[in-house]
Design a protein around this ligand. Structure first.
Ligand code: AMP
Ligand code: ZN
Length: 114
């Protein structure tokens, strides 16, 4: 989608600090980090949010989670613990409508989340 900022990152039209790429998924640093480590993991194919998930998406959705785990290992937050967040819909705070998982770590977190 031409007007989607994350689709633009996928094709390299908008710069990002790309940390990982395979045929289905890319990961890059969030431009406005909310923790010492704040990585976004996204499908290359545009999906607006988790609300659009179909049975046929099981492979890419699984790969997103595996890459979150890889990123946490690589950035050194796996041992202390980290949070994976998928804001889904405006009411949950989603602002970019291309599915993305936030991987957050390197600080303490509260529960329930705000
Ligand atoms: P959400 O509020 O869950 O939709 O999260 C969107 C995230 O995308 C925010 O944390 C933004 O800081 C981040 N973001 C938006 N545009 C960019 C960009 N061009 N490069 C990196 N991160 C971005
Ligand atoms: Zn998109």
């Amino acid at each position: 989608m031409a007007e989607c900022v994350f689709c633009q990152i996928v094709v390299g039209a908008i710069p990002a600090k790309i940390l990982y790429e395979d045929d289905q998924v890319i990961a890059f640093d969030d431009m406005n980090p909310q923790a010492r480590v704040h990585v976004l993991v996204i499908p290359k194919r545009h999906m607006a949010s988790l609300a659009e998930a179909q049975d046929s998406d099981v492979s890419v959705l699984g790969q997103l989670m595996v890459v979150c785990s890889k990123m946490a290992q690589e950035r050194g937050i796996a041992e202390d613990g980290y949070r994976v967040v998928a804001n889904t819909g405006r009411g949950a705070g989603q602002t970019v409508f291309h599915l993305h998982l936030h991987v957050l770590g390197g600080r303490s977190f509260e529960w329930p989340p705000g």
